[in-house]
Design a protein around this ligand. Sequence first.
Ligand code: GLA
Length: 383
Amino acid sequence: MKEKMIKQFKKLYDRTDGSVYFSPGRVNLIGEHIDYNGGFVFPCALSYGTYGIAAMRNDRKINVFSNPFSKEIYTFDLDHLVKDPKNTWADYIKGSIKAIIDKGYKIPYGIDLYIEGTLPVNAGLSSSSSLELLIIYMFDQLNDLHITRPDMAILGKDVENKFIGVNSGIMDQFIIANAKKDHAIILNTETLEYQQIPLYLDTYSLLIVNTNKQRGLADSKYNERFKECQDALAILKPKFGIINLCSLTDEQLKLSKDLLSKTVYKRVTHVQKEQKRTILSAKALKEGSIKEFANLMTSSHMSLKNDYEVTGVELDTLVDALLDSGATGARMTGAGFGGCVVAIVETQKFDEVCKKAKEIYTQKIGYEPSFYSVVPENGVSII
Ligand code: GLA
């Protein structure tokens, strides 16, 4: 891939002085819709992601060609970082540069840039955060800004919250910035303390399957869930003195039933129970209880389906198809409303499970799912 990037860069800009970077995508193993509620999440980085090659210019222009989005070089200015509805993919680049500048860092010169992604777009594997961290890391390296990796993640979150307009948490950016090969991270999203957990699955393997459903109104539905949780916290915080929804005790959850609407109570139930499942999952994995971990994943899906209501017919059909085909555990991953499922499968049954699940899903939904392997990768780096 590195050679291909260098070749494309030469073709586009007639330069050979670019450095090549890779920023991974991510899969969240468990702890879904938890990061904006202050609890623990458990993601790992993927070998699929975003490659970029860049070299400094001597003016303030940014030239970018993105495969597969561009037909020609797209140019904008460091002093005019505004959204462009005709090229929304470039908003993530502009937003990332703006987040760096808004924090007070100096970026004197623009760059020539070529980008190529290997992640399915809009599939819940964080192609946007992967691009954000690629740009933030690149500018950090090119300008010797010495931004720490946790701070890079905070900048990436700023892009989503302040520039793009999605109230997402910090999970995606944090894992992409801090991931370690063959490990997942258990992250406390309230304090940003984290621990690297070896992802040793013994006779089992992880599998990602994309429903290939395009996620229509995902951003607005996501913001709706965010608001429901904020509303719940506004009521429960003064009552119980909690700092976030994840710190509700079982007893307090029971008492909440009379204080919240039926819908909001269901959302809070998911959050409180998912938090427990996440902690138990990290423990199960540390102890080598893969089956226990897989069961927790399946319970997580049921909770996202019934209480948090962010799945939909494609994700539910795919999870059922995988379980009926012999997967040990399966759940949706990411924001939901389409996108991907992550599953644990006995390695010896792997091919058979994929084949059967594909048949069942395609027959019910009318189009095929896509399969991806999970190889936990390092965070964003120069390659
Ligand atoms: C998206 C967001 C994350 C997180 C997940 C759901 O991926 O970007 O911050 O909230 O959804 O767990």
